[in-house]
Design a protein around this ligand. Structure first.
Ligand code: ADP
Ligand code: 5GP
Length: 188
C-alpha cells in the first residue's frame, strides 16, 4: 500500500451489535476517515436521514445502478438490496481512510477487490445482550427482530474471513481497541 493512500476499513457484525454507534465514534477520532454512505431499498427508520444513514432509493433505481456498474459491491437480504457506491470509495481512498459498514457477503467481495482492506467483525458479549440491544433500539417489530437474529448466526459464522474480531462490551474500550488496530495497520 502506498504511503499516502488511506485504509479501507470494513466494519461488519450482526444487526444491533452496535456498528453504527461504534462507527460514529471512530469518525470523530480518526481525522482522515470518511464514511461511505450505502444505497438501500429498505424504508428509512425513524430518525434516519436520506444521504446520511443511507441513500434510500427504489428497487428500480438500484437495479439500474447495478447495470451501470455503479456499485463496488452489493447484497440482498431482509428482502432488500444494500450496496456501496463505487465512485465515492475509489476517489476518497486516494487520500482518506474510508469506512464501510456492510454485511459479511459484501466484506468478502470487498476483500477480493482490495486485499489490503482491514476487515473488522464486531461481536456482542452474548446473544442475550444482542437481543436486549435490538429491542432497546425499538426500530423493528418482533418479526423483523427474529429475522435479524437468524441472520446474526450466519454473520458470526463468517468471522474467520475477518482480520480481527472485536467484542463490543464496553463501548469506549471497543473504540480504543479498534483505534489501536488501525494505527498498527497504518504503521504497516
Ligand atoms: P447496529 O448498527 O449494529 O445495528 P446500533 O449502533 O444501532 O447497532 O446499536 C444498537 C443499540 O445498542 C443502540 O441502542 C445502541 O445505543 C446500543 N449499543 C451500542 N453499543 C453498545 C454497548 N457497547 N453497550 C451497550 N449498548 C450499546
Ligand atoms: P440495516 O437494515 O440494519 O441498516 O442493515 C442491515 C445489514 O445490511 C447490516 O448488516 C449492514 O451492515 C448491511 N449493509 C448496509 N449497507 C450495506 C452495503 O452497502 N453493502 C452490503 N453488502 N451490506 C450493507
Amino acid at each position: 500500500m502506498s504511503k499516502n493512500k488511506g485504509i479501507l476499513i470494513v466494519v461488519s457484525g450482526p444487526s444491533g451489535v452496535g456498528k453504527g454507534t461504534v462507527v460514529d465514534m471512530l469518525l470523530k477520532k480518526l481525522p482522515r476517515a470518511v464514511l461511505s454512505v450505502s444505497c438501500t431499498t429498505r424504508a428509512p427508520r425513524e430518525g434516519e436521514q436520506n444521504g446520511k444513514s443511507y441513500f434510500f432509493i427504489s428497487k428500480q433505481a438500484f437495479l439500474k445502478m447495478i447495470d451501470e456498474g455503479g456499485f463496488l459491491e452489493y447484497s440482498n437480504h431482509f428482502e432488500n438490496y444494500y450496496g456501496t457506491p463505487r465512485f465515492f470509495v475509489e476517489e476518497k481512498l486516494k487520500d482518506s481512510d474510508v469506512i464501510l459498514e456492510i454485511d459479511v457477503d459484501g466484506a468478502e467481495n470487498v476483500k477480493k477487490l482490495y486485499p489490503d482492506a482491514l476487515l473488522l467483525m464486531i461481536t456482542p458479549p452474548s446473544k442475550d445482550e444482542l437481543i436486549r440491544r435490538l429491542k432497546m433500539r425499538g426500530t423493528e417489530d418482533e418479526t423483523l427482530i427474529q429475522h435479524r437474529l437468524e441472520r446474526a448466526d450466519y454473520e458470526l459464522s463468517k468471522s474467520k474471513i475477518y482480520d480481527y474480531t472485536v467484542i463490543n462490551d464496553d463501548l469506549n474500550q471497543t473504540v480504543d481497541n479498534i483505534l489501536k488496530i488501525v494505527e498498527t495497520r497504518r504503521k504497516g
